[in-house]
Design a protein around this ligand. Structure first.
Ligand code: ADP
Length: 354
């Protein structure tokens, strides 16, 4: 904090950092909700900017603000004025469109290891196969895997004159990884406000060119990083990937709640690793349980976009850098991946035939 900030304000901000936005791990200061504060006598006047018209939110935040200031001698009472602004107008600059990009879709999962990156890679190449101009952005800052899944050896280059970064291109998909822009000296764990700055910088720096769809492969989970990305980029929708088992569904629910809080449409749930059929047999082995994705989709009133079988080909092709929809389009998983991509296309571009 700079030297001209009064001590009382420094103390109040410090205390407000302990007030979490309801349902999130992030506090109201780093969320950018606190617009202004003045101290008149011992009355603290706070102006908050919220994105939701739900009266329960300012009520809950107000109570926590008063609680966190209890015991601070300079503040005896708190007057809170709230202003409700649409989500675009909050945070530092609000969700940004990416110039030249028509649709932006996030592929997310609450839990790691459910096949989110495999889904994002197969979605991107399937959309490209349909003739769409597609970009794929690996937003996993610490464990990027898309370069491997798309077999991308090329690095990115810097465009002369504009100094923007030109994505690599593999299987007709423009690929960029957020991890590539982090220097070796970046801190091991970026905090919320740093991620906001980084994401905004990233959005301005990549020369995506003209794209029909940009697929964002989000890092697993629903923490600060995910929340910041979904708030910073103007998303057209999100696909939630889960396996049928409860432990994955619990986290998928959290991911859905996160998107809904920031008014992002859930395009649907895609269940992965739904069953296994051994070659030459007709018997379905439901290794991770059965019907979890379908039940959750019904509960959330969103479409179930497919049930992808466990398929050794999906794993092998991913490891070899050519997604299964390209490398072995007749394999059991490839068919479901293609159908899923067609559904996403229909939702995003209702006027084109897929
Ligand atoms: P996440 O991005 O959710 O962490 P990945 O896409 O990296 O998950 O998948 C985890 C592992 O599971 C990878 O080795 C991947 O090849 C494999 N995998 C994903 N989906 C399937 C599937 N349907 N059948 C077989 N293996 C799969």
């Amino acid at each position: 904090m700079s030297e001209d900030v009064p001590v009382w304000q420094e103390e109040v901000v410090q205390r407000l950092r302990g007030v979490k936005y309801p349902g999130f791990s992030r506090d109201i200061v780093s969320f950018g909700l606190v617009q202004d504060m003045t101290l008149e006598g011992t009355e603290l006047k706070l102006r908050l900017k919220l994105t939701t018209p739900d009266p329960a939110v300012p009520e809950k935040i107000g109570k926590e603000i008063r609680d966190c200031l209890k015991g601070y001698a300079l503040v005896k009472s708190v007057a809170i004025e709230t202003e409700v602004a649409p989500p675009q107008a909050t945070a530092s600059t609000g969700p940004q469109e990416i110039s030249g990009v028509r649709k932006i879709v996030a592929v997310a999962s609450g839990k790691g290891g459910v096949g989110k990156s495999t889904v994002a890679a197969n979605l991107a190449v399937s959309l490209a196969k349909k003739g769409l101009k597609v970009g794929l952005c690996d937003c996993d800052l610490y464990g990027p895997s898309q370069a491997m899944m798309l077999g991308c050896q090329d690095g990115v280059r810097v465009e002369e004159g504009t100094e923007r970064i030109v994505p690599a291109e593999c299987h007709g998909v423009k690929l960029m990884s957020m991890g590539m822009l982090l220097g070796d000296d970046s801190p091991a764990a970026l905090r919320g406000p740093m991620v906001t700055r980084f994401t905004q910088q990233f959005l301005r720096q990549v020369a995506w060119g003209d794209l029909d769809v940009l697929v964002l492969d989000l890092p697993p989970g629903t923490g600060d990083i995910q929340l910041t990305i979904v708030q910073t980029v103007a998303l057209d929708g999100a696909v939630i990937v889960t396996t049928p088992q409860e432990v994955a569904l619990v986290d998928a629910r959290k991911a859905i709640a996160m998107f809904r809080k920031v008014n992002v449409t859930i395009l649907g749930i895609l269940e992965n690793m739904s069953y296994f059929v051994a070659p030459g047999s007709a018997e379905r082995h439901e290794i991770f349980g059965s019907g979890g994705g379908k039940r959750e989709a019904q509960r959330q009133s969103v479409p179930l976009l497919g049930e992808i079988p466990l398929d050794p080909e999906a794993r092998r092709c991913g490891d070899e850098g050519k997604p299964v929809v390209l490398a072995n389009s007749s394999s059991p998983s490839a068919k479901v991946f293609s159908d899923f991509a067609s559904q996403v296309t229909k939702i995003l571009f209702p006027n084109i035939s897929s």
